[in-house]
Design a protein around this ligand. Structure first.
Ligand code: SAH
Length: 341
């Protein structure tokens, strides 16, 4: 089988180059062409000698996801649907912000976490993505842009639980931030988890990207009813992992809290949330629930959402109401299904 060079780390591609009788430098050069200059084929690598390009075509491969559909929302959000080589589908969502673009990428086809409010969970778990499938979402979206430099922020909040696919995610993160990789700033990459505690501890040692935790409830009973993962890692364990998480200066942990009418949106819930986060460098993103087709749950009224926010603001938290973009094309949080409906 031909080697897939796309997802290789610097070290791996250097080793591969040496195994082919090339210098480690050639490996790095090829990597820079793929990840930094977004070359889709060896033919495009014009600084390499022709004989070397021929050798690469013979012995190696640059894998690609197949972009099968592109939908654009009224608000400018774009949803890219990709087909994997084995026929599974994943989605990435490009979100326009005031002065830059943010790309939300997937880490798995489907998801095994089973959160009750999430459409991806409904599809069940298909498989982990390889690091090359994770970073190719970024490469392909960049290639489709008039000004690729505007894409500065990456959020790992698409389909799947990134920490369940720990090594695929770790390798992808390295490829995103390495200078001879895609050269993103680690400050502009955020990994969101439902709270897999052992992997959060590993992440604190292995990665320097931002951490977001999907909290969604401030008591164990409600959280377990929404997120089965809470049975294994209840709030006390999760919050203790958050308190121990090594945060560089001035960084905060983002806590995502979906507001669901009649479930977790009372004044008491807001007060409990405030207490739970006491002493943590925390930023709270309040996300009014995006219902998916057939979902029995609904977001609270506007008034209720503002009341909830006010309680947190009064306690001096940064609490932002995040209206998800792209809901008209099912591109908002919790609505990604890989084209299945
Ligand atoms: N598995 C990771 C990343 C994917 S979910 C995690 O759990 O964090 C990304 C975010 O979308 C999470 O914060 C999740 O709570 C939120 N989300 C899921 N379904 C949603 C829905 N129906 N409406 C609004 N937000 C939702």
């Amino acid at each position: 089988m031909k080697a897939d060079l796309k997802g290789m780390t610097t070290h791996e591609i250097e080793e591969w180059a040496v195994s082919q009788g090339l210098t480690p430098y050639r490996g790095r050069q090829i990597r820079h062409w793929m990840l930094g200059r977004l070359a889709g084929s060896f033919e495009e690598m014009t600084s390499l000698p022709k004989t070397l390009r021929a050798l690469l075509i013979e012995n190696a491969n640059i894998s690609h996801l197949e972009n099968t559909e592109l939908l654009e929302s009224k608000d400018g959000t774009r949803k890219y649907l990709f087909r994997l080589a084995d026929g599974n589908h994943i989605e990435s969502v490009l979100i326009p912000e005031r002065d830059h673009l943010t790309l939300c990428i997937s880490s798995q086809a489907g998801c095994a976490m089973g959160c009750r409010f999430c459409f991806t969970a409904k599809q069940g778990f298909k498989r982990h993505l390889t690091s090359s499938e994770i970073i190719d979402q970024v490469a392909q979206v960049k290639r489709s842009l008039d000004d690729p430099a505007r894409l500065t922020n990456i959020v790992m909040m698409g389909m799947g639980e990134p920490l369940h696919n720990y090594y695929g995610t770790l390798k992808a993160v390295k490829n995103l931030i390495d200078q001879d990789g895609m050269n993103f700033s680690h400050r502009k990459i955020t990994l969101s988890t439902c709270g897999l505690v052992p992997e959060m501890e590993k992440m604190g040692k292995d990665m320097t990207v931002n951490l977001a935790v999907s909290l969604n409830a401030a008591d164990d009973e409600t959280r377990t009813s929404l997120m089965p993962v809470n049975k294994k890692f209840p709030l006390e364990t999760l919050m203790s992992a958050c308190r121990k998480f090594p945060l560089p200066n001035r960084r905060m942990i983002t806590f995502e809290y979906i507001l669901i009418g009649g479930v977790n949106d009372s004044d008491g819930d807001a007060t409990r949330l405030s207490r739970l986060l006491t002493g943590l460098r925390a930023k709270i993103n309040l996300i009014p629930l995006n219902p998916y087709p057939g979902s029995p749950m609904a977001p609270p009224s506007e008034g209720k959402i503002l009341c909830f926010q006010k309680i947190l603001l009064n306690d001096n938290y940064t609490a932002i109401i995040r209206k998800s973009k792209g809901s008209d094309i099912l591109a908002a949080c919790g609505q990604l299904s890989g084209g299945v409906s």
